[in-house]
Design a protein around this ligand. Structure first.
Ligand code: TYD
Length: 230
């Protein structure tokens, strides 16, 4: 079902989310984009889910420990929803209202992909959760970083080092293949909002694609900004 568009209040910040499977490079790309926006004189806030607020970080610890899995898919989804509710209310909305650009590492598409497609939580349940937690809030732009599963898993293993894989990293190969497919489907279903990025390229190439999309989306009509943001 198409979600209603957010009413844009003058001076409100933009909300950009990054999505993708394990090891897709989201955090590196968020940092790169934040630096470019900062350099362009915009106020930015980098945040993440699950987490991003003190209350939500406690829930993050719970779900990544595997505790949520023991409760079953619906209850685990409720934990993500509770975390998101706190994060949106106490961090994201106030920042957007102040005119800050919010860059978020994962948001509601993660719930659609991980719990919806893979945990088989029903769309009706997810829609209800979404209404309660985020209402009309919809990202202005979502990057879906697409990388072959083997590449992503290898990157995630290197990042982890000797540490144990978390709740989702320890799922099997089929899970991660389905996850990639779920994200590609989300991108295809909402092409206005989502940009599917080939994240198998080197960091600078991916960052350039991200920046081009941001510039085209937000600064294209503004010739002055284009010059300063080139
Ligand atoms: P994290 O260590 O942040 O993973 P990554 O670096 O891949 O983003 O762990 C977050 C995990 O939680 C990740 O495996 C995806 C999962 N997740 C969900 O299952 N549902 C959600 O709604 C969110 C936000 C994350």
């Amino acid at each position: 079902m198409a979600e209603p568009a957010v009413k844009r209040v003058p001076g409100r910040g933009r909300f950009i989310t990054f999505e993708g499977g394990e090891g897709s490079g989201k955090s590196t790309q968020i940092r790169a984009l934040a630096q470019r926006l900062d350099a362009a004189g915009l106020r930015t806030l980098v945040t993440r889910e699950p987490g991003g607020s003190p209350g939500a970080e406690i829930i993050r610890h719970l779900v990544l420990s595997g505790m949520g899995k023991l409760l079953g898919p619906d209850a685990e989804t409720l934990l993500f929803a509770a975390a998101r509710d706190d994060h949106v209310r106490t961090v994201i909305e106030p920042a957007l209202a102040r005119g800050t650009w919010v860059l978020c590492d994962r948001f509601s598409d993660s719930t659609r992909a991980y719990q919806g497609r893979l945990g088989q939580v029903t769309p009706a349940f997810l829609d209800a959760m979404q209404r309660v937690t985020i209402g009309d809030l919809k990202p202005d732009l979502t990057f879906i970083l697409d990388v072959p599963v083997e590449v992503g898993m290898k990157r995630a293993a290197i990042r982890r080092g000797a540490g144990a894989p978390d709740r989702f990293e320890s799922e099997n190969l089929k899970f991660h293949q389905d996850l990639r497919e779920a994200y590609r489907q989300i991108a295809a279903e909402d092409p206005q909002r989502c940009v599917l990025v080939d994240a198998d390229a080197d960091t600078a190439t991916v960052a350039a694609s991200v920046w081009t999309a941001v510039r085209d989306r937000f600064f294209k009509a503004d010739v002055g900004s284009m010059a300063s943001l080139a």
